[in-house]
Design a protein around this ligand. Sequence first.
Ligand code: HEM
Length: 231
Amino acid sequence: MGWPVLALLARSDPADLRAEQPAGPPILTPLAGTDTSAITIEWAMALLLNHPNAMQKVWVEIDSNVGRDCLVDDSDLPKLNYLQNVINQTIRLFPSVLVILPHESTHDCTISGFDIPKGTMLLVNAWTIHRGHKLWEDSTSFIPERFGEGNEGYKLLPFGGGRRVCLGAVLGRRVVGLVLGSLIQSFEWGRIGPEAVDLAKGPGLTMPKAQPLEAMCKPRQAMIHILDNLC
Ligand code: HEM
């Protein structure tokens, strides 16, 4: 999350914060990174609880690539393709920044046939692009298998784009992957009732769930020796 937060902190005019300026003081970074990452983890869990087969596939992938003698580590993430697909699918359907932060055209340009004068405030609606039926087949469905070719381009922009692209995109993906991976590796998860988890979105800058996620979990037998050592 970029300059609105920075502007708030600095109590300055957002117009002063131009593209050539650095992303802000160190205090901005934790603010921008924690909520977005936490909310993405919550949406991913909600989607997986509604798609137990996908949850099972993540677990099998972790079990065969990482094993049961240690928790998922940073170096394991590149091997966990299905987990990465789940994350991509989550940030496609529920990008924590729905409408990318305002950008400004630095010169006259044309976008999709519209003439945009220099100095225009431009807002990109990631939510609509990510769910566009012309861009995505079965666009509102959770299908982790759809990813893998790595050519999504500007169809998928949960971290924005251009020179003000999210500074913490790599870290954000890594944190989400490690937390999600460890939770699925260590616990068996289930819904609190027979009905599907409600996926309604609530109000807020970073699109939280309308209802905080509630779920059941119990430690996996094979992981108890690892979990015991964490205490
Ligand atoms: C899943 C996690 C995250 C998501 C979905 C996310 C999303 C975004 C988006 C959409 C933007 C606006 C980009 C644009 O204007 O084109 C942004 C900017 C930014 N993000 Fe993130 N972010 C995440 C995690 C993080 C983390 C972990 C950090 C830092 C540790 C971080 C730091 C920043 C900063 C500093 C900016 C402003 C960059 C600039 O204006 O130059 N973000 N983020």
